[in-house]
Design a protein around this ligand. Structure first.
Ligand code: BGC
Length: 865
């Protein structure tokens, strides 16, 4: 008889005092301003298991305090919904401010009302915009509108008076980037605003409550526009490839309620304008030049300009901010007067510099990810990006500066022209990415896994820039779809990325052509419509991720028709007897046969593109079948299932040879296995080919971007978590651990990132993470959703030999779940915390399964042999 002990400690949460809901969110946004969803969804967290709830929404704080729900009073609703509960009150209109609170009942006990919260509605109709688009449709003598654009920032100013101000709200659209200030004070703490889109399809705007920033009497409103992705970094260079939008432009509306009633200050030609200000040039690839001697002057009038073309939409994804700062860990002088800062970490953002010197002195900052052997910057892998900031001093004491309209991807900074000797205190690395909360922690007894987790955290945040981009440093920084296929799921365990990815699905939909075609980069700043399954397929995979991780079905509903149209387009054009005949990227970036290569030319390492395309097609059909069931479109469900069967049969007929698939690469066998295409009787032998190959390889990885998306989970699902762990902790080439041991502080674009040709060799790309993070959370720690949004959790950790402990926690929409296990002799000690209002199925080490509710639990059980 095996020893079996369960010690159960249930900390009964909140059953003593009355419940109060906390963390009230509208549309899951931390910022309640400017929601443009007409039926927003409300969420709250609580510390007990909810049996009923009531929401009151009122048009004023006073009404809310009195319990008058003139916008909505849900009454007592007897269910346990607390995440994304749909507003069902009176129709909401532009500018409404909605005050709300919620009361919850737990185990039939009535709680108190929550603290009040609010959200404000944005401008819902085009006609709400009274402002005019203003700008200046040409360069100035100091600008250059050529391949390497040098375009100065555009400055706008408006004076206005107020008396007895009660309320002021500011609505701004300033593509590419804007900064806005009232009376010299910056509004908001966002940087690089606003969210990048295809501006001919949509233009996002931001809303700010600026009541406190306006003062009685005279006020001045300043806006500066930078280029961002609007005025492209490489104009007139490759017009067929690079999309251009023209010169930056502004649309603004400041709505003030004061003694005299409501009035609106709008962007128009009554504003003052100049481009002869301190920001002489700003270009995301090439850097920013700032001349602090330049006062704003030479005011002219702006021009009325054409609208960018896209509809105005409230930015629902969080803004970019300076999320954290780091100090340099080294400063060395190379050539005389040329200093190299080492930030100790590859990061994206900029360096803030403090400097004292004479008027007109110039400090030049250049950025790179690594150094050459001689200690100088290694910039070959940045291709033609100049990544150079130049600051000209005004010479009036201490000057503190950082660029505002560009960012860089770097670990090292070369500083030249710095007056005197720079010290550690003169520089600060400001890490810039989307304001997405950290939601997950992972720690284990394996130092390589721990370092990989940290590298992943840095790599992911480096590449969140209002859209997920491939890399933050070279002349690319494009939102490539395929890089995020399953990476987005792993990322969601580290960053609360739901709103960002929901926005990205909008970008993808906007990039769709009338016939259904989708690009490989969206927004389609680069015109790549190559037709393949694996890159655009991300559209469907991410909608599925948002549903599972966040419980949000809206993206599926919103995009279902476009997804279906794309699949039909692809099958219509490329399906021949159940096989998809077109692929573009193959198993992108497999480890090549020689160290300097980017792509392998060895056919035994690469996997047939048609196999990849057809397997993905099958998998995507399955997801679409599931979506159609969710949306109750049963005719579609049957059609997808039928099509899937046909594809599976054709696939096996074409690619199954003897007892394996195609040329027997890990990827060739893994995709059909993971996607459920392998005939049952053959599953074991196909899996054995995978494990044999890995073992004969010494536990090294042989997959590229595609195979790695399923590798860790695939090995674990079929019982070889030990082999998955071996791959994850391996430090020989090629492996993630090899990157770590060779100085990576993020994740490389290539397995051979330390030796490959610089033409495509970023040191901060995250696509090769594949499903590593998902595996750490779902398999090592055992934290996976068993119902959408983690309303039910499947806790099924694996305990690979050699790993002594693993612990992880994750902030679900309902609250924090955690799992922490360690070995004790032949037993496992396992501590679990399940959030309120959630149930979990725990798979105990001895093979037993229990269902538990919220609380903290301690288990001790022998490992099932
Ligand atoms: C990008 C990748 C991308 C790939 C596809 C590369 O240049 O950096 O991330 O997915 O191209 O072609």
């Amino acid at each position: 008889m095996r020893r079996y002990i369960i010690i159960l400690m249930l900390l009964v949460f909140g059953r003593v005092s009355a419940q109060e809901a906390v963390d009230l969110l509208c549309e899951q946004r931390a910022n309640p301003e400017g929601i443009d969803v007409v039926q927003p969804r409300l969420s709250w967290q609580l510390s007990g298991d909810q049996t009923a709830w009531q929401v009151i929404v009122a048009s004023s704080e006073e009404k809310l305090a009195k319990g008058v729900g003139d916008l909505w009073n849900s009454g007592k609703v007897g269910n346990d919904e607390s995440v994304l509960v749909g507003y069902a009150g009176v129709p909401l209109k532009s500018r409404m401010v909605c005050y709300w609170k919620v009361k919850v009942w737990t185990n039939a006990r009535e709680g108190g009302w929550s603290k009040p919260a609010y959200w404000s509605m944005g401008l819902l109709q085009a006609a709400d915009w009274k402002g005019k688009w203003i700008g200046y449709e040409q360069g100035f003598p100091w600008d250059s509108v050529s391949k390497f654009s040098r375009l100065s920032a555009r400055y706008f100013r408006k004076n206005f008076d107020v008396r007895g101000i009660r309320q002021a709200r500011l609505y701004v659209a300033g593509p590419g980037h804007y900064e806005v200030a009232i009376n010299g004070k910056a509004i908001g703490d966002q940087v690089l605003a606003q969210a990048p889109t295809d501006y001919t399809k949509s233009v996002s705007y931001n809303t700010y409550d600026v009541t406190k920033e306006c003062s009685d009497g005279k006020n001045v409103l300043d806006v500066v526009l930078g280029n961002g992705r609007f005025f492209t970094m490489r104009p007139k260079y490759k017009p067929k490839k690079i999309k251009e939008f023209g010169f930056p432009k502004l649309l603004l509306q400041l709505e003030i309620t004061d003694d005299k009633g409501r009035r609106t200050i709008v962007s128009d030609t009554s504003w003052r304008f100049t481009a002869d200000g301190p920001i002489r040039s700003n270009n995301e690839y090439d850097g920013e030049e700032y001349d602090a001697r330049k006062e704003l002057g030479g005011w002219m009038k702006p021009q009325m300009v054409a609208a960018p073309g896209g509809r105005l939409v409230a930015q629902m994804n969080p803004p970019i901010k300076v999320m954290t700062t780091i100090k340099p860990v080294g400063i060395k002088e190379g050539k005389p007067g040329v200093w190299i800062l080492d930030m100790g970490q590859n990061m994206a953002g900029w360096v803030q510099m403090s400097v004292r010197g004479s008027r007109g002195e110039q400090v030049t900052l250049r950025y790179a990810e690594t150094l050459q052997k001689n200690g100088e910057l290694y910039t070959a892998n940045l291709r033609d990006a100049k990544v150079t900031d130049i600051y000209t001093l005004k010479g009036e004491g201490q000057e503190v500066w950082h660029p505002v309209f560009v960012f860089h991807g770097f670990r090292y900074v070369e500083v030249s022209g710095y007056p005197g000797r720079p010290g550690f205190g003169d520089f600060e690395g400001q890490v810039v990415y989307d304001d997405l909360a950290n939601v997950g922690e992972f720690h284990s007894s394996d130092t390589i896994l721990n370092q990989l987790f940290r590298n992943a955290w840095w790599g992911i945040n480096s590449n969140y820039k209002g859209m997920p981009v491939d890399c933050p440093q070279r002349n690319e920084r494009m939102p490539w779809l395929g890089d995020r296929a399953t990476g987005s799921l792993g990322e969601s365990y580290l960053f609360n990325n739901g709103l960002l990815y929901a926005k990205w699905l909008e970008d993808i939909e906007e990039s769709q052509k009338a016939d259904g075609q989708l690009p490989d980069v969206a927004p389609a700043y680069w015109n790549y419509y190559s037709d393949n399954m694996t890159w655009p397929g991300v559209y469907i995979l991410i909608a599925d991720m948002l549903y599972n991780q966040y419980g949000d079905v809206r993206p599926i509903r919103r995009h279902y028709a476009s997804m279906k149209k794309w699949l039909r387009y692809m099958s219509g054009k490329y399906e021949k007897d159940g096989i998809i005949t077109k692929d573009k990227y193959g198993d992108w970036c497999v480890p090549p046969e020689s160290p300097e290569l980017i792509h392998s030319k060895d056919s035994s390492r690469n996997t047939d593109g048609q196999l990849i395309a057809t397997a993905y097609y099958y998998h995507l059909l399955g997801l679409m079948g599931h979506f159609s069931e969710l949306l109750h479109v049963s005719a579609d469900a049957a059609e997808f299932a039928g099509e899937g069967e046909k594809v599976r049969t054709a696939f096996n007929k074409k690619f199954f040879v003897e007892d394996h698939y195609s040329n027997n690469t890990v990827t060739a066998n893994l995709l059909p296995l993971y996607f459920g295409m392998v005939p049952d009787a053959k599953t074991e032998v196909v899996f054995k080919h995978i494990t044999d190959k890995i073992e004969s390889n010494g536990g090294q990885i042989s997959t590229g971007v595609i195979g790695t998306q399923w590798l860790m989970r695939g090995l674990t699902r079929y019982g070889r978590a030990d082999l998955a762990y071996r791959i994850a902790s391996n430090t020989d080439y090629p492996s993630w651990g090899y990157m770590v041991e060779h100085g990576a502080t993020t994740i490389w674009e290539l397995w051979n990132g330390d030796s490959a040709d610089p033409a495509m060799n970023s040191q901060n790309h995250i696509m090769l993470l594949g499903d590593l993070l998902t595996w750490m959370f779902q398999d090592l720690a055992g934290i996976a959703p068993a119902a959408p949004g983690f309303k039910k959790i499947r806790m099924k950790p694996v305990f690979p030999a050699g790993l002594d402990f693993a612990e992880a926690s994750y902030q679900t929409p309902y609250g924090r779940v955690s799992s922490s296990w360690r070995r004790k002799g032949g037993a496992i000690i396992w501590d679990v915390v399940v959030p309120a209002n959630v149930r979990a199925q725990v798979y105990l080490p001895d093979g037993k399964v229990r269902e538990i509710g919220s609380g903290a639990y301690h288990f001790e059980a022998n490992l099932k042999l």
